[in-house]
Design a protein. Sequence first.
Length: 118
Amino acid sequence: QVQLVESGGGLVQAGGSLRLSCAASGLAFSTFRMGWFRRAPGKEREFVASITSSGVLINYATSAKDRFAISRDNAKSTVYLQMNGLKAEDTAVYYCAAYTSGGELRYWGQGTQVTVSS
């Protein structure tokens, strides 16, 4: 059974930082491209960042570029999202997801809440 478990969310003041983690089990983690997504209240889910299985190729949403950093540790089957310079508009539930080799989003975590107070 595949499980993706996010952690590290919480309440932080604007300008602060958080590091989210997503621990994977039940899948060959090192072969999966991984991504972070978020859903803000009243909004659609949106892409934040992704990282290929080897960690060589990384993509960011415009809103995350220059403030967020995605990374992974294949030995620990964990993907991270370092978030700096947080803004009120970053408030959302953050989810990690695993892509299939065909680029589909196959597995999802349960999400972790990030709340940024202004």
